[in-house]
Unconditional design. Structure first.
Length: 129
């Protein structure tokens, strides 16, 4: 499984990518939506982990752009100050696995990543029948 992490807090997102790498999870990161879109053009990602609040193009808008181009991609959102409305959007399905609140433990993120992988496998098996 290949993961794309996107957050304008570059120290945070690079640290998350490093911690995932230590646990043998393949993750690239971007500091903004434009970088994320460029990475997605070059590599195939199964899951994007997006910060909701980012300058210019936030996580929700980025999810829409990525989902249009890569409909099989799954999404996990996180935020340090998300509104109830944003979390309702997150819960709306449409390839969204979960929403997390900063700060979160890396183990929680890994659990959500593994959950998304299991969910994807069961969807594929259902489509094969």
């Amino acid at each position: 499984m290949r993961i794309l992490l996107v957050d304008d807090e570059q120290e945070l997102v690079s640290a998350i990518a490093e911690r995932l790498s230590i646990r043998n999870i393949d993750a690239d990161w971007a500091g903004n939506a434009q970088e994320a879109l460029k990475l997605a053009e070059k590599k195939t990602y199964d899951l994007a982990v997006l910060d909701i609040k980012m300058p210019k193009i936030g996580g929700l808008k980025l999810k829409k752009l990525l989902h249009e181009k890569y409909p099989g991609m799954k999404f996990i959102f996180y935020t340090g100050h998300g509104s109830e409305e944003e979390f309702k959007i997150c819960e709306g399905g449409n390839q969204v696995v979960d929403c997390l609140t900063k700060p979160f433990k890396i183990e929680v993120l890994i659990e959500k990543i593994q959950s998304s992988s299991t969910h994807s496998s069961s969807e594929k098996k259902g489509q094969e029948k």
